[in-house]
Design a protein around this ligand. Sequence first.
Ligand code: PLP
Length: 440
Amino acid sequence: MQMTGDTPKAAGGDAMQGKIERHVMRYGPVFEPRLIDRAEGSYVYDSAGAPILDFTSGQMSALLGHSHPDIVRTVREQIGRLDHLFSGMLSQPVVDLCARLGSLVPGLEKVLLLSTGGESNEAAIRLAKTVTGRHEIVAFSKSWHGMTGAAAAATYSSARRGHGPVSVGNFAIPAPHAYRPRFTHADGSLDWQTELDDAFAQVDSQSTGSLAAFIAEPILSSGGIIELPEGYIAALKRKCEERGMLLILDEAQTGVGRTGDLFAFQRDGVTPDILTLSKTLGAGLPLSAVLTSAEIEEQAHAKGFMFLTTHVSDPLPAAVGLTVLDVLERDGLTARARVAGARLRQGLEGLMQRFDCVGDVRGRGLLLGIEIVTDRASKTPDLDRGDRIAAEAMKLGLSMNIVKIPAMGAVFRIAPPLTSSDEEIDLGLSIMAEALAASA
Ligand SMILES: Cc1ncc(COP(=O)(O)O)c(C=O)c1O
């Protein structure tokens, strides 16, 4: 998410522009001037019917593309039968989705169904605090976990300024970054173990002895597609265990097949104490989940854990979640993320060979990033050129999201739906090439 306070430009004529300026509150991003009227598959269509290839899956969520026929059918059927309930009542879709999610990974059997990513992280952090009886939370200094209370207090990539203090006991450590390593081996490669040891020494010196949890994204997305190297999550888990902390993994963007594994942590052979899923789980509809072990759930319950929201255990989004998992499995989309991701990565690496301003290509599966730099030696983020590329791409019918927080670089987050065809991947790459050339 990029943050600016700019005024939205005309959208759909003067009358519409007037309505926007008078009535639509600005909440961060610069609004796309065109109004979007409908969406289908990998495309959104503006009000004049022009297609825009969606290479960010909406807000990194539309895993199955837009208006997937199976999701449309589920929503139509379920809304006419049972949509929302008193929070103490359970329904078949909720029990089935809890059972389905809770059977995927040994050690993550218990499931709580909520609405948004921020909410799932609020619940996860509260769960960790309740179980450990402690309050300190550690996160990465380029993290994004949500806009509310505890999630915002563990979010360091943006939006911390201007609205007063967060709760006490929040610490940040740098995420290991192979493109800009802070600690290196003799050959210049990233020495993440020394960096992690150093970071935890600093955490220990700041802690009041009340460390409850570390919350991490396996690939920091809003932070600029920074992938934790293989072995890092296991080492992080050991640091947590040594201190009696819990490890929370936030797989809002990486979960449900996107990286080529069902969950990104599975590549590393480590199971977190708590896993949160959101964005991709509802594939565009508001559904999130918190998964944990039976032991942690038991302890939390015994200590009076409560997390009651209006839409906890709502049947309509739960039915959608079941359909998302059905389609993912039926159509082999986790494997497809690997294959399409390899095609996309190869194309992006081709762009890096052609255009000097592409300093780095990184990420995994269908969650990739390219970083735009002024030159490869200094690796200085080129925010202006990034803007020009995004604008040219949009003109040519490609929607790409650029993270352009100066301290983090000018990084395009590229995450097409898992249902994207080879032709759509290739079309996106050729528009990107045109946009890169036009932005020079
Ligand atoms: C990794 C991660 N966690 C949590 C969130 C917050 O999710 P939501 O906006 O649904 O509250 C985001 C949103 O971008 C995210 O990227």
